[in-house]
Ligand binder design. Structure first.
Ligand code: TRP
Length: 334
């Protein structure tokens, strides 16, 4: 049977384990999409090095962690190609060709790059590799002729820049590259345990997919609720209360949640009880994922073999595109 599924390319920087924010924002989607799409998922270690040049061990050790997270949530290597960015040198060659189509000023204007540069306090001393990571990302996407890129909202400017590169390339050298579309998750963004807008490693407010039962419990018990809800009999607030925010996202029994909310607002329902219910809900959903993760972690050689096979397959696809690109530019001499 010939497959004619739309092609997806997406990925994550291996700078830490993946957390529930990743799950809600992208992993859950990718598991769903792997049946209807030809999906390539890349562990973006080259991109991770653009702001971790002095810490290669962090990147290296997190390649396997991210792979474990992928497998644990149910990404199936027989459906989804999992691979490592640095194993595909073709991507870097594509990047070099594309760099000539992009101005430094345009990169500096890219809102994603701009805000990350600010966060990191780079200023003019920004590593050149970091500044141009959207070009390398354009190489990732176009190498696979991906028409769909599931990403978070923060990555939209990178997709826009990818399409600019595609149009410019095709204008100058002829139609080789394919434009792409961002696919945004329809899920609400998951806030942090502390109530901050985003669950993020740098804020230290995450539940990781690999967290053990004890850690999960401690984290749920520490969640931000209503600071003015002191005594059980007092009325409590739902707005900004992370325990209810998480229940809204993860609990399937909406009626019970609605009942609890009413009870909490009326007074007479303690934080402890609601937290215990959330813990039950999270344990039911993420307990099996944690167990699967631990199983895969027992045979890391097998996981590396999955990545090796995926990288071989990805390399063949990228090499074909690179061949077409070189031919279109006219740098095939021999
Ligand atoms: N920029 C993504 C991140 O911050 C990782 C990434 C690299 C990526 N190349 C990509 C995502 C291509 C989608 C498509 O995690």
């Amino acid at each position: 049977m010939t497959q004619n599924k739309p092609i997806i390319l997406t990925g994550d920087r291996p700078t830490g384990q993946l957390h529930l924010g990743h799950y809600v924002g992208s992993l859950e989607n990718r598991v769903r999409l792997q049946d209807s799409h030809e999906q390539f998922i890349m562990i973006a270690d080259m991109q991770a090095l653009t702001d971790n040049a002095d810490n290669p061990d962090k990147v290296r050790s997190n390649v396997i962690e991210v792979a474990l997270d992928y497998l644990a949530v149910g990404l199936d290597p027989s459906k989804t190609t999992l691979f490592i960015q640095s194993a595909i040198p073709e991507l870097n060659e594509l990047t070099m060709f594309y760099l000539n189509l992009v101005s430094v000023a345009r990169l500096q204007r890219n809102p994603t790059v701009k805000s990350e540069m600010q966060q990191k306090g780079y200023g003019a001393e920004v590593p050149a590799g970091f500044l141009m990571y959207p070009v390398s990302q354009a190489a990732d996407i176009t190498a696979f002729k991906a028409t769909v890129v599931p990403v978070g909202e923060d990555q939209l400017p990178v997709i826009e820049q990818t399409n600019e590169i595609v149009r410019k390339f095709n204008n100058i050298y002829g139609d080789v590259l394919v434009e792409t579309k961002a696919l945004l998750s329809t899920n609400a963004r998951l806030a942090g345990l502390d109530g901050k807008a985003k669950m993020s490693k740098s804020l230290g407010n995450c539940i990781y997919l690999g967290d053990d039962a004890d850690t999960l419990k401690k984290k749920v018990m520490s969640m931000f609720t209503d600071p003015e809800h002191i005594r059980v009999e007092d009325p409590g607030k739902i707005e900004g209360n992370m325990v209810f925010a998480y229940l809204d996202i993860f609990a399937t029994d909406k009626a019970t949640v609605a009942e609890m909310k009413a009870h909490y607002q009326r007074g007479g329902l303690g934080d402890m009880k609601v937290k215990r219910y959330l813990l039950e809900v999270l344990e039911a959903k993420f307990g099996p994922i944690r167990e699967r993760r631990a199983e895969f972690a027992q045979d890391k050689a097998a996981v590396m073999e999955i990545l090796r096979q995926g990288s071989l397959k990805a390399k063949a696809v990228a090499a074909q595109t690179l061949y077409e690109v070189r031919k279109a530019i006219g740098v095939e001499y021999f």
